[in-house]
Design a protein around this ligand. Structure first.
Ligand code: NAD
Length: 498
């Protein structure tokens, strides 16, 4: 049986447990509704949190609107905003252990995995602090009549919505860039994983962020829908499923609100015929079902040369079959539970679909028999998969991988691209230039050769139905800026750099 060594009442501040952060203050929710937060490792609720109603959402948006229209934040120099981001990063860095523990408690991420990825949030704040202090928010260009000044204005009030799976790292992309740009922000935290965003609010408060610049409420899909429909919100930055992304895009289209969408994936790892087996497996395995496959960039389709199919399927299945499934609080656990009962049912449904459509299970294939509590599924590998099967087409978001055989590189590329998604991908080869040439043929936002990397200064995002826009790098900052051109006659004073 899994232990549950997280005590919200002693580990979390009372404000984080029961209030929202609006206009620089911890406020009592107007709504009287609350929801239980369920620990995936036990299947039991461990705390209840307040759920915002439309009045709470309105208050948060009003505060962000005021701070944008009349406050100092959008008018401050990039360097000054960078100071605040730096202070937030320090405050966040002092809470790393707590943030890892929250991640494991709320959604069952193995604690070593949480420990590894939580620091990326502070790194993201540091990266955007550095960029904000050097970025050309204003630039002069000569024109026939004199000069045009291109002013990169913050886009305005932004709504940031991220899914339950990796709240902190995903929010940190959005929040760091939005704040660096001079936007004000309303974060809608999901009820399944409410605490990270509220701890981030604590950090912002500690850093002295002006009131209204950052506001945090916890709300469900109804609260989220109310937020994105508000005309006072100028931009929505959303990460989540493709289905919800389409709903949000339609709402934003009504008033042409700006929107960035980071959506689902069905990414392919192409193992080229010259790839050495063991180094390939060592580099690939961690990214095929990270956090039980509940990560958008998981490499869930492995494309292998038909001549090496048997060798690869056997070796990969042995490794996956040997992964330790269990208590996410145990540092030696490799595969923890799925995040919710809904996730469990969804993943079991896909395993059934794979079986029914004729794919062959080489390891796993059902609920973990060793765990009668919690939402545990065996890591599952399907071989003899074809591109038409449901398990090869839809995002499962669980520890389920499909292996598909190909005859030549052209077919491998065609299979990799035979999907509605286009988020990530990998190529494994002993010839890096060949890997690069193959990567360029894959219609996805990110491809890595012989491994998988994501860096703060590099854009991340999707082609096709994996999204619109990019986060990370200068591209992620531009997503929160509007270019304004101001034409001036000749002999005007020199461009002002704050
Ligand atoms: P989801 O789309 O169901 O929900 C995401 C968030 O949107 C939640 O906070 C939810 O409360 C909110 N929401 C739901 N309906 C809404 C509406 N109509 N208006 C406004 N907000 C609404 O996704 P999920 O199940 O929480 O997360 C899993 C999905 O997220 C997967 O598809 C995964 O691929 C995707 N994801 C993408 C990335 C990426 O960077 N591309 C990263 C992580 C997860």
């Amino acid at each position: 049986m899994s232990s549950f060594p997280f005590d919200p009442k002693s580990e979390l501040n009372g404000n984080v447990l029961s209030r929202f952060y609006i206009d620089g203050q911890w406020v009592q929710p107007g709504s009287h509704e609350s929801v239980p937060v369920v620990a995936p490792s036990t299947g039991q609720a461990f705390v209840s949190v307040p759920l915002a109603d439309s009045g709470d959402v309105d208050k948060a948006v009003d505060a962000a609107r005021r701070a944008f229209d009349t406050g100092s934040w959008p008018r401050m120099s990039g360097a000054k905003r960078a100071d605040y981001l730096g202070k937030m990063s320090v405050a966040l860095a002092s809470r790393m252990t707590l943030l890892s523990r929250i991640w494991t408690a709320e959604v069952g991420a193995p604690i070593w995995f949480a420990n590894m990825f939580v620091p990326t949030a502070a790194a993201m704040l540091d990266y955007y602090a550095e960029l904000a202090s050097t970025f050309a928010f204003e630039e002069s260009r000569a024109t026939r009549g004199g000069e045009a000044r291109i002013v990169r204005q913050p886009v305005g009030v932004t709504a940031l919505i991220a899914p339950w799976n990796a709240q902190l790292p995903i929010l940190s992309y959005k929040l760091s860039a939005a704040l660096a740009a001079g936007c004000t922000v309303v974060i809608k935290a999901p009820p399944e994983a409410p605490f990270d965003a509220l701890v981030v609010a604590e950090c912002a408060h500690e850093a002295g962020l002006p009131p209204g610049v950052l506001n945090v409420i916890t709300a469900d899909a109804n609260g989220g829908a109310h937020l994105v429909a508000k005309r006072e919100v100028d931009k929505v930055s959303f990460t989540g499923s493709t289905a919800t992304g389409k709903v949000i895009a339609r709402t934003c289209a009504d008033r042409l609100a700006r929107v960035t969408l980071e959506l689902g994936g069905k990414s392919a790892a192409i193992v080229l015929d010259d790839a050495e087996l063991n180094p390939t497996l060592a580099a690939l395995v961690p990214f095929t079902m990270p956090f039980s496959g509940q990560i958008c960039f998981a490499q869930t389709r492995i494309l292998v040369p038909r001549s090496r199919e048997r060798e690869f399927v056997e070796a990969y299945s042995v490794i996956i079959g040997g992964l330790k499934v269990g208590d996410p609080w145990d540092m030696t656990t490799q595969i923890g539970p799925l995040a919710s009962r809904r996730q469990l049912e969804r993943v079991i449904g896909y395993i059934e679909a794979g079986r029914n459509e004729g794919a062959q299970i080489t390891t796993g294939g059902g609920r973990s028999s060793q765990h009668d509590q919690g939402f545990f599924v065996e890591p599952t590998v399907f071989a003899s998969v074809t591109s038409e099967m449901t398990i090869a087409r839809e995002e499962i978001f669980g520890p389920v991988v499909s292996i598909i055989a190909y005859d030549d590189v052209d077919q491998a590329v065609a299979l990799a691209n035979d999907t509605d998604f286009g988020l990530s991908g990998t190529v494994f080869t002993s010839d890096v230039e060949r890997g690069y040439a193959t990567a360029r043929r894959i219609r996805t936002g990110n491809v890595s050769v012989n491994g998988l990397e994501m860096a703060p200064n590099v854009p991340f995002g999707g082609f096709k139905q994996s999204g619109i826009g990019r986060e990370g790098g200068p591209e992620g900052l531009s997503a929160f800026l509007e270019d304004q051109a101001i034409y001036l006659p000749a002999a005007s004073p020199r461009v002002r750099q704050e």
